[in-house]
Design a protein around this ligand. Sequence first.
Ligand SMILES: [Cu+2]
Length: 176
Amino acid sequence: MLTSLSRHPIRVCLAVMMLSLLAGCVRVSSGPDPAVSPGQPVVTLPPRPTAPPAPTPTPAVTPTATPDDGAQAIEVSLLDSLRIEPERITVAAGTPVRFVVTNAGALEHDFFIGSDREQLQRERGEGEPGPDRYVAVPPGQTVTLLYTFPKAGKTIAGCVVPGHYTAGMKATIIIE
Ligand SMILES: [Cu+2]
């Protein structure tokens, strides 16, 4: 004896079967389909839009991201022994130089490009000489400084944390 509750799932099954049969008869086709026999309902869709032509590869003329911008890369280490390595750095005048400065120590250090007078001035905290020539480098971090030396000559890269430059934390920069 079937209650209406137990009959209900059967009705659902029948409905699903009917739908499946109907769906099986309706073929979706976007063109002539030899498998479709005459008399079957055929839903014909408009032709698919053709894909846009693949863009032709263009030569790479856009500027590439750093660090492949042609700048001369110089790796520098700041050490807790109050040394800058290397102690002597040679760069080219008129072309960008990227200083990749790593603080290999546990103390605060920084990297400042300027004359001896500017180094001492900055170390004493007088004014802000050459903000474009200065980066602070926290312990364990690497910071880059992009700078172009206008002409040949000689200058200094120093750490101007108080006491460091006067203790000898500097490197000579030769500009050729
Ligand atoms: Cu220092």
